[in-house]
Design a protein. Structure first.
Length: 136
């Protein structure tokens, strides 16, 4: 077997993007300057770019489902439905507003309305988080 025929694998690439695009998209979403569609579009673009970059560099075993909008522990909580009652989740896709409220520790109605992250009842199914956050 030649060295060139060995499979090359990675565990993934940094999700933030080469120019911190995910950070910018998240901050824009959280501040209310952009909506859920723009955030999800930026995330999809980063995932596709990560896959394409790995392929162009000769990676033959490219991982998938390694992306998250916040962190993998939160994604796992959402995936298995481990959502605290205070968020009012009732066995449906988790809205991004709820996802980020959980991530940032916000709950209930005791908040500054300009905080730009979700609370009980905020958000809608359009930006719902699927089985894995950011993957719809």
């Amino acid at each position: 077997m030649s060295v060139s025929s060995l499979p090359v694998a990675t565990l993934g690439t940094p999700r933030i993007g080469p120019r911190r695009e995910l950070k910018s998209a998240l901050e824009s979403y959280w501040s209310g300057k952009s909506g859920e569609a723009a955030l999800l579009e930026a995330a999809a673009g980063l995932r596709a770019a990560n896959w394409a970059r790995q392929k162009s560099l000769g990676v033959t075993v490219i991982p998938s489902n390694d992306f998250t909008l916040y962190d993998h522990v939160l994604d796992t909580s959402v995936m298995v439905g481990a959502i605290p009652d205070i968020y009012g989740w009732k066995s449906r896709p988790v809205p991004l507003a709820t996802y980020f409220a959980m991530a940032r520790g916000a709950h209930g109605q005791d908040h500054d309305p300009s905080c730009a992250h979700g609370h009980l009842g905020d958000g809608d199914a359009a930006g719902a988080v699927g089985v894995r956050a950011g993957v719809r």
